[in-house]
Write a protein that binds this ligand. Sequence first.
Ligand code: UDP
Length: 457
Amino acid sequence: MGSSPHALFLPYPAQGHVIPFMALAHCLVDHGFKVTFVNTEFNYARLVAALADMEQAASGRIELVTVPDGLDLEDSGGRSDIGKLTAGLLKAMPPCLEELIRRRGDSGDQITCVIADQGMAWTLEVAKKMGVRAAAFWPASAAVLATILSIPELIARGVINANGLPMAEGVFELGPGVLPMNTAYLGWNHLGDRTTRLMLFNYIFDNARATAAADFLLCNSFQELEAPVFAFAPSIIPIGPVRAAHRPGKLVGHLWPEDTACTAWLDGQPPGSVVYVAFGSFTILDRRQFHELALGLELSGRPFLWVVRQDLTDDMADAYPPGFIDRVACKGKMVRWAPQDQVLARPAIGCFISHCGWNSTMEAISNGVPLLCWPYFGDQFVNQTYVCDEWNTGLKMVADESGIITKEEISCKLQELLGDVEVKNRAMALKEAAHRSATDGGSSYQNLTRFVAAMKE
Ligand code: UDP
């Protein structure tokens, strides 16, 4: 045993990364680690502003520190442009990180390991250069990570060209039994405009190479969920589901203030009745689609809890269809941001209309909730394929010829999903499998224990 274990956590600065990193940080604290958790200055300000209880910001053995993200602090819109944000990070972060690790060492508070986002794998090289153990954590599916790590083979096989573009349309296989991938769904081709996509493909490719510097490559999945991927890519170690939501009073890492009152509203609804609707932190609906969704929920006649972020659509002041708010007042509840993992655990929840971000997908699994899938970008299409074609725990929304998911489609699919006992049974079976893997003796539990022991050596 060297110095007392002290991990530096470094998530990519987006909501869907900060939450699972915070959950993993709590796990390491349980194992006796001190954690220094790095947020960008911009996200730190949001995180603190979102806290109901400031004491959480000084969360025991987790110390929050900040680094700049290379963008103007006033330029809040710039951070929803992943290309711009990533370029800013690459410019601003490396020297700050080195300085942070060095300063801790100089003050006798030595960082003993770095847990970096695989999406910022270049930081692993910084850690290695400074003689610190390093692990990469990927807060999404192993299937997508295996695809990223296979980029050289995909180029060699002629599946994609050197710019990440498909050479032909259709399905390809990574390895035996691995979820068939569609070239149309390669995540890097669903992020921003053409220039951004090329820049991000090169960034992702560079990160794939830099991942070789990791002593461990962890992901927020579990063995039983994606077994063929772990057989194909044994370097990927599943430790999920990692969850912070069930640690009352502990920091979760929300960047928006949670509407905690909605759980009391949910508890007044009949079991299995409520449709929960949320699209994560990035997705934006155009005005017509926003209206159809509102009308579809109304048409379904089901009670619903709908997360309507301030930036979910243009002009929020006038966003809803005329009279909608009054007509649904008894049945529906709109909130700006929900404590999602806790919401999904409530008995009243019947199903989840989701954009299929990986965290949302894992939270649905962890709570046995069927999904109505409505993917927008990145890895969300792959996650939908898992849900609808592999696990059979949800259904797909189908757009009409103009690209809109109509109110009739929404209402029909809700009736179909909520009436399907088999889907619910499969969702409950996956919940059990997730629970078994993450608790004493389960596969993720054992992997985490091994990882922790190695990081303490
Ligand atoms: N989330 C939440 N409250 C909300 C909406 C989302 O706590 O009202 C959380 C959700 O539980 C998940 C994360 O935000 O942990 C979103 O991550 P995901 O990968 O699903 O989507 P992304 O935001 O990355 O597109």
